[in-house]
Design a protein. Structure first.
Length: 429
């Protein structure tokens, strides 16, 4: 802004002055004084525009230093041309000091003050030469007055620049501290995510262990079928039964494929994967999950599933959704004294845009003092060595991450109901 002032308003002001002189509205100065005035103004204007050009080219300090150098010379020539005694309150040296201190720094500020003081002494010496043997008192007084004003302004600017620099350093220190804190926070968040993934994986492995006995029974049935058909090979070959042999091999293939499907489902479920949210039909997943639920609950617990035929799209990690259902079912199996019922009711609440799941059992329920702590990590009522206390904590984190809500209810008549609400998603999304 200061450079624009010198580049635009100084020539306008000089043009008005020359017009006033030409029309007689202002006194005509001497030829030497007018020439010096015009020359210094031309140098001042040219240096301002050159400095702006340098700044536009990225050479900021060089441009400002050039302007300060030329401007200080112009001030000295102007003062020498009119005599120090006739110099009024000139704002240009004050602008130069401000520009030097606020833009270039304290060192440039004191260099500028030294240059102006040297110019002031030169003007006093010149006036002494003009006055003859003795220096006029007015010249010396004016020099002391002007020099004192410049010194006060320089001191104020120096303290202001020092305070600004201290404030800037403090701000930079706080900024660096915030950056370090942010980096630590990112590391902590990443570590928390890794820990959470490991906890989910540990829950999957725990459930996979619970499923192992049931899956072993399924594999035993499948292998028995395969073995039974294999034992008929000699009889079928002796009878020359090619078509019958082909039919038996087809049944063997079907049994083997069923065994592969069981093992693949277990491997996919227990695999350590990074959560990958996707949109899927929760109803279809629950239907596919029934065999695993039956194996987990065992033959003594009856499983019921009520699910509407309409699509139930949700957007979350599919494996985490399965883990949520299996975790709650596993807790219900442990709570049931022997025989019992585990029910899963699925409702589509279009008005609220939610998928509501109610997972309930007819066990003894959860006592009121314990109910408020069931989602606390590592809290468990199971005997030592039989529970980690992480199951429901992980379930809550999964549901909350998906934008849902979870609550536990225990009616006075007994039993436990876990209510989960998940936001419905668009099939296209």
């Amino acid at each position: 802004m200061i450079l624009l002032f010198f580049g635009i308003f100084v020539p306008i002001n000089k043009a008005i002055f020359l017009y006033a002189v030409s029309t007689g509205q202002a006194a005509r100065p001497g030829v030497l004084q007018l020439s010096a005035d015009l020359a210094t103004d031309a140098l001042l204007i040219a240096s301002a525009w050159v400095a702006l050009w340098c700044i536009r080219r990225g050479r900021f300090r060089q441009g400002v230093a050039l302007f300060l150098f030329v401007a200080s010379i112009c001030v000295g020539l102007a003062y020498a041309s009119v005599g120090l005694a006739r110099v009024g309150l000139d704002p240009i040296p004050l602008l130069l000091l401000s520009l030097a201190g606020l833009v270039m720094g304290r060192r440039t500020l004191w260099l500028m003050l030294g240059a102006l003081a040297a110019m002031l002494l030169a003007c006093v010496a010149l006036d002494m030469v003009r006055a003859g043997a003795g220096a006029p008192a007015a010249t010396i007084g004016k020099a002391i007055s002007i020099g004192g004003i410049w010194l006060i302004i320089a001191l104020v600017l120096d303290r202001t620049v020092a305070a600004l620099r201290d404030s800037l350093e403090e701000s930079e220190q706080r900024s660096r501290a915030l950056e370090q804190a942010y980096a630590r926070l990112e590391d902590e968040i990443a570590e928390r995510e890794r820990t959470r993934d490991q906890l989910i994986h540990s829950q999957k492995m725990d459930l996979a262990g619970r499923l192992a006995s049931g899956l072993a029974h399924d594999f035993d049935n499948v292998l028995s079928v395969i073995l039974g058909y294999a034992q008929q090979r000699n009889r079928l070959l002796a009878d020359g039964g090619g078509p019958a042999l082909a039919s038996v091999l087809e049944r063997v293939e079907l049994a083997a494929r069923r065994a592969m499907a069981i093992s693949r489902k277990l491997l996919n479920f227990s695999r350590l994967d990074i959560s990958q949210p996707e949109t899927f039909d929760a109803g279809a997943v629950l239907q596919e999950l029934q065999p695993m639920l039956r194996q987990l609950l065992g033959p003594e617990v009856q499983l019921t599933l009520q699910c509407p035929e309409a699509a139930l799209p949700v957007h979350m990690d599919k494996g985490n959704f399965e883990l949520t259902i299996l975790n709650i079912a596993g807790n219900s199996r442990d709570a049931l004294p022997g025989k019992g019922t585990f029910g899963l009711v699925v409702l589509r609440d279009d008005a609220a845009g939610l998928l509501r799941l109610v997972l309930s059992d007819d066990g003894p329920g959860i006592p009121e003092p314990i109910r408020t702590s069931v989602f606390t990590p590592f809290f468990t009522t199971k005997p030592k060595g039989e529970g980690t206390g992480l199951g429901l904590s992980v379930v809550r984190d999964i549901v909350v991450e998906a934008g849902g809500d979870i609550a536990i209810e225990c009616p006075p008549a007994g039993g436990t109901s876990v209510r989960i609400a998940l936001p419905l998603a668009s099939i296209a999304g």
